[in-house]
Design a protein around this ligand. Structure first.
Ligand SMILES: [Zn+2]
Length: 381
């Protein structure tokens, strides 16, 4: 979560202009905050004082060497053409926020790791007025947390705690309705029962692109094929039998129009996992629409899904007795969780499914796994 705290200093970050919420447009501006050429910005020492106070309150390590960076933007109401912010050297790092969750939400003590950056507001603030530079140059502290929060309750409690701290320190009024405190929340989601977050698909995509794959085709393959397969089969990306390198090669062959039986064989020799005896050739035979070059080039999402499905079912465990054995093993190794499940905490089924999947090295057929697991969990004896 990124929390922007607008500092209540008497004057702006680099000039002597005051900032008062609700003042008449363009009444508290000067050549510095307007970004006029030749203006000389001078850093307001109160900004640093506020940063040091927050640094101490959030248990941070203060950067003794500090600098500002330029982030180029084109906005009609951004006269300088860039924002002033800190990029690679935050003013404070390695801090944390401690809080106790309300009892009605399960209670418990939590610690969230944070760092923070000094930024300066650079664009106008009132959308109804074409250009109002009153807010330009107002100092901001951007508090960035590590991805430590698991749900909305924690995020809300964390934001309230930050609000209490900045108000107590007197460095900001913390009024959300005035824009003095804003939160950007970056949310990662995952299907129930899956232990990895959705960002892993993004990482898989990035890795495939990094291997030189065409972006458009990679998107078709990953969104239309791999992600759809994961959703249907309730598996994580680690269970997919196609790594970024292989996908990139496949896509490169398609794009370059070089795919042929011969190349298919060569790729197969290099990349196949022996036990699967899987080659591009066998894929081509399995999926006649892909036999034509045009078919590969277009590679409809549904075709990508078929290929991914084929890749992943070719060696999966479909023997119920084999899966049952693994389920039994996981249940007997986790008596505490089993007790919790039978006491009504049925959400924990996902945990068991994940353990069995792990035990099978991702090979258990997910549908069968869940069916058997549910039967076992709900057995009375
Ligand atoms: Zn000014």
């Amino acid at each position: 979560m990124e929390t922007h705290v607008q500092l209540s200093t008497l004057t702006k970050a680099f000039c002597g202009c005051p900032y008062n919420y609700g003042a008449q447009p363009n009444t508290t501006i000067c050549p510095v905050c307007m970004g006029l050429p030749g203006a000389l910005p001078v850093l307001n020492s109160k900004v640093i004082e506020s940063a040091v106070k927050l640094d101490l309150a959030l248990n941070c390590k203060l950067s003794l060497n500090s600098k500002f960076d330029r982030k180029q933007y084109f906005y009609p109401d951004l006269p300088k053409g860039y924002q002033i912010s800190q990029f690679d050297i935050p003013i404070a790092t390695n801090g944390y926020v401690d809080l106790d969750l309300p009892v009605e939400f399960g209670g418990g003590h939590r610690r969230y790791s944070v760092s923070f950056f000094l930024n300066v507001i650079s664009v106008s603030s009132a959308p109804r007025i074409p250009v109002d530079l009153n807010r330009a140059g107002v100092p901001l502290l951007e508090i960035v947390s590590e991805p430590d929060m698991r749900n909305g309750i924690e995020a809300a409690e964390y934001a309230s705690e930050i609000q209490r701290v900045v108000r107590y320190l007197g460095i900001s009024n913390g009024n959300m309705q005035e824009g003095s405190l804003r939160c950007d929340v970056i949310v990662s989601i995952r299907p129930i029962g899956q232990s990895e977050f959705g960002t892993e698909v993004a990482e898989f995509f990035d890795a495939t692109i990094a291997k030189g794959a065409d972006v458009k085709l990679a998107t078709n393959w990953i969104i239309g094929g791999i992600a759809a397969y994961m959703k249907n089969e309730k598996v994580s990306i680690n269970d997919i039998k196609l790594n970024p390198q292989e996908l990139a090669e496949l896509i490169a062959s398609i794009k370059g129009g070089t795919i042929s039986v011969k190349i298919g064989k060569e790729h197969g020799v290099e990349n196949q996992r022996r036990e699967e005896k899987l080659t591009l050739l066998s894929l081509l035979i399995k999926f006649p629409p892909l036999l034509s070059l045009e078919g590969w080039r277009r590679c409809l999402p549904s075709q990508a899904l078929s290929v991914v499905q084929f890749l992943n079912t070719s060696n999966s465990i479909v023997d119920p007795a084999h899966i049952e054995k693994m389920v039994d093993k996981v249940l007997s190794e986790n008596p505490k969780q089993l007790e919790q499940y039978r006491a009504g905490k049925t959400k924990i089924q996902g945990f068991f499914a994940g353990q069995v999947m792990k035990l099978s090295k991702g090979k258990a057929n997910p549908g069968l796994l869940n069916k058997i697991l549910q039967q076992k969990l709900n057995a009375t004896s």
